[in-house]
Ligand binder design. Structure first.
Ligand SMILES: CC(=O)[C@@H](O)[C@H](O)COP(=O)(O)O
Ligand SMILES: NCC(=O)COP(=O)(O)O
Length: 241
């Protein structure tokens, strides 16, 4: 079984587009947890285009009513992000090497370059009891460095997997991700995955049992426009059971 963490960024985007609290992120988060999702993810970016730093506080408060469920806060460890995460104390923090003005996340960490900067950041988060995941490209050779820098988990960046799905490259690319996952597991890391996963492609990625948690937001929100939020969350839970 793979845990489903629903990313609420796009609910925040809709909310922010009218400057009032509709849709309400907490109401959608509660609905999502009531349907049985394991966790919630947000990625507050410096411009707070969708998820806000305040959302992190509000979601942590909500999760106190749901023992065993988790909040995952993703982002680049700049001063405001770290200040927020160290106060909110989410169950998990996924560090992502995004620049402030990126449209979306589109690459994993370059640990050869970034490990010295990341090590104290990871230590500070872990000192507060926060599980730390690193957003990584699916390169088996990089998993030992992720472990050495102190991460508990990696999150495999799955855009390339999603792009290859339903093409002649599907099997080879999936095997590349499974090899990266096995390499991470071999050095004592657990494996998350996310970005561009959807109802069609998530099952194959998780079928071998290497993936502990997937975080899904964009496609889930789009699928919900057609099929309804509750039924889409249910469909993911059935896929991941
Ligand atoms: C890290 C990652 O791939 C996603 O979690 C990210 O949160 C997507 O960000 P946007 O929702 O801003 O595209
Ligand atoms: N870490 C991936 C995530 O949280 C959501 O990514 P996406 O499903 O919005 O592409």
């Amino acid at each position: 079984m793979t845990h489903l963490s629903v990313n609420l960024n796009k609910i925040g985007l809709l909310r922010n587009s009218r400057g009032r609290d509709y849709p309400n992120v907490i109401a959608m988060a509660k609905r999502t947890l009531e349907k049985g999702a394991f966790g919630l993810t947000i990625h507050p970016r410096p411009d707070q285009r969708h998820a806000t730093y305040q959302d992190a506080f509000d979601l942590k408060e909500l999760l106190k009513q749901y023992p065993g469920r988790e909040l995952n806060v993703e982002g680049f460890p700049d001063a405001k992000f770290m200040e927020t995460v160290l106060e909110v104390l989410p169950h998990q923090c996924t560090l992502v090497p995004d620049d402030p003005n990126q449209l979306t996340s589109d690459h994993g960490w370059n640990l050869s370059r970034d490990q010295d900067a990341l090590r104290p950041v990871i230590a500070k988060l872990k000192d507060k009891g926060i599980r730390v995941a690193l957003f990584m490209d699916p390169e088996p050779d990089n998993m030992a460095m992720a472990k050495a820098v102190g991460a508990d988990r990696v999150e495999l960046y799955t855009e390339a997997y999603a792009n290859a799905f339903h093409t002649e490259k599907q099997a080879d690319v999936n095997e590349r991700y499974q090899a990266a996952a096995r390499a991470a597991l071999d050095v004592g890391l657990e494996v998350n995955a996310g970005h561009d996963l959807d109802l069609e492609n998530v099952g194959l990625l998780c079928a071998e049992g290497n993936i502990t948690e997937v975080s899904i937001g964009h496609a889930l929100t789009v699928e919900a426009l057609e099929h309804g939020w509750d039924s889409v969350v249910n469909a993911y839970l059935e896929q991941l059971a």
